[in-house]
Design a protein around this ligand. Structure first.
Ligand SMILES: Cc1cc2nc3c(=O)[nH]c(=O)nc-3n(C[C@H](O)[C@H](O)[C@H](O)COP(=O)(O)OP(=O)(O)OC[C@H]3O[C@@H](n4cnc5c(N)ncnc54)[C@H](O)[C@@H]3O)c2cc1C
Length: 465
């Protein structure tokens, strides 16, 4: 079997009445290995292919704006699939019950799902594989190297992941096949997606008030990536850590909702610059700039888009405690517990953090950036989370606050990158012990004076406060 594919049960796929692809994390038509795999099987067995997406807004965490962004992207998916003679079903409510019901109706010979390392989706996929007498296969089309291939265990740090990626990435950087117009039509009537019901459901959720400014959908994602490659990649290496510049790609919302694949972005970067990433040649990523800013840009960007991003999926795949202190390394849990009762100079409640009511102007500016745009600059995200630790009663409480704020407001929230970013900042994940100090113990510290050495904090504060 194709090693992007993992069988969740031992049932052999058969030529049932169709192949059913349960789209979840990878909400796109092109460069989607799960859809391509489903289509290849359907064509081989001369049967139709149906795609289903189940909409079940989890109350309380993600906000209306996030679901609206997703829904607009899904409308484009449905229209585009139609041009490939592939029907799109939109179901509502409990995902397991809905997919079981649909499967009973459609009688697929194979169910394909895309891979997500987070608990909720994986549990549903496993239950599906147990409940149905149908083969259920999961395809990793989010990572360039499938998460279970790159490593069979939780990686220790970025350098161990980088070494593994260095060995394997080359053989996975392949242009995906193109989707074909599906030659076998689904003849029985399938209900057309009820977008009105979907909108009503989403409109019943709380809005968080962000104005993210991103145009949703696969086409917009491709345009956004091209613009970044053409206009900003050459400045990325030098300026990405400056929160007053616009040098980051801002691709995370599109990547989070799977409206573009990391593979496509890397292939386009390589094509546009003619540069083979150093990661393919050099196990230790040189951080010093060379004399070609565009090539340095590709290397620095791939460090984030490939090494850091795939490390996040690795952690969430192998640690079920990815959003709590239990997921932190033992040394960090110990040091944070030892410093639990250290006096805090400032203590804030979740509500005070949420309303940007701390004494620290630069922290408040980051929180305002989040409240206004649904995204804090990547460099400030670290400072933002570390100060939540410093000004909370405990590390446990700090993680809860950071996870809530990040998932509720960030357009790219609810993502392995977010859980790992929070544990990295607050609880030493993928890091090493530093100097011992109050509250943090040996978890790496960041100060506002340190920020001032890196960029003009006054400009950042004036911009967002
Ligand atoms: C406390 C905290 C919370 C975070 N929350 C999220 C989140 O909710 N969603 C999210 O996608 N990222 C999160 N990150 C990681 C990172 O900050 C964002 O991915 C990045 O800022 C997104 O902006 P960009 O697309 O312009 O990044 P770019 O610098 O242009 O990077 C390109 C892509 O690489 C990946 N990437 C970049 N930095 C990281 C990183 N440190 N770890 C993993 N992948 C990375 C992302 O997919 C990103 O879109 C968080 C980091 C921290 C410290």
């Amino acid at each position: 079997m194709n090693s992007r594919v993992l069988a969740l049960n031992s049932i052999a796929p058969t030529s049932g009445d169709c192949v059913l692809y349960v789209m979840s994390r990878d909400q796109r038509v092109h460069d989607n290995h799960a859809l391509l795999y489903a289509q290849a099987f359907a064509i081989e067995h001369k049967i139709p292919l149906v795609v289903v997406f189940n909409l079940f807004p989890r109350l309380g965490v993600r906000a209306r704006e996030h679901f609206s962004f997703m829904l607009e992207g899904l409308k484009e998916v449905a229209n585009e699939l139609d041009t490939f003679n592939i029907p799109f079903v939109l179901s509502f409510g409990d995902m397991l019950a809905q997919i079981i019901e649909l499967s009973t109706k459609l009688q697929p010979g194979l169910i394909v799902a895309d891979f997500n390392p987070l608990r909720g989706v994986r549990e549903v996929q496993k239950s599906l594989a147990k409940s149905l007498e149908v083969a259920v296969h999961v395809v990793d089309t989010h990572n360039i190297v499938p998460a279970w291939i790159i490593s069979d265990k939780q990686e220790f740090a970025a350098h161990t992941m980088r070494r593994k990626l260095h060995k394997q990435l080359g053989s996975w950087l392949k242009e995906p096949e193109t989707l074909k117009k599906h030659p076998f039509s689904y003849s029985s009537k399938l209900e057309a997606p009820d977008w009105q019901q979907a909108e009503a459901l989403i409109n019943s959720l709380d809005a968080c008030g962000i104005q993210h400014g991103f145009t949703p959908g696969e086409k917009a994602a491709k345009n956004h990536a091209s613009k970044f490659i053409n206009d900003s990649l050459a400045h990325y290496s030098e300026q990405r850590n400056d929160p007053t510049s616009e040098s980051q790609s801002s691709l995370s919302p599109y990547l989070h909702f799977g409206q573009i694949s990391a593979l496509r972005i890397v292939l386009d970067c390589m094509r546009a610059t003619g540069h083979e990433p150093l990661l393919l040649h050099e196990p230790r990523m040189p951080r010093a700039a060379g004399n070609n800013p565009l090539h340095d840009g590709v290397d620095a960007f791939i460090e984030e888009l490939v090494v850091r991003k795939e490390l996040s999926d690795n952690f969430c795949l192998y640690s079920t405690s990815y959003d709590s202190l239990d997921g932190a390394p033992a040394w960090a849990q110990k040091t944070l517990t030892e410093h639990q009762d250290d006096p805090r100079e400032h203590l804030y409640t979740q509500q005070q953090f949420e309303s940007a009511a701390t004494h620290d102007d630069v922290w408040n500016a980051a929180q305002y950036q989040l409240l206004k745009t649904g995204k804090i600059h990547g460099y400030m995200r670290m400072y933002w989370a570390k100060k939540i630790l410093e000004w909370s009663q405990s590390a446990d409480e700090a993680i809860k606050t950071a996870v809530y704020l990040n998932d509720h407001y960030s357009i790219d929230g609810g993502d392995p990158n977010g859980y790992v970013g929070i544990l990295w900042s607050i609880a030493g994940l993928h890091d090493r012990p530093w100097f011992n100090r109050s509250v943090y113990g040996t978890v790496r510290y960041m100060s506002s004076s340190g920020l001032e050495k890196k960029f003009d904090t006054a400009v950042y504060i004036a911009r967002w406060s």
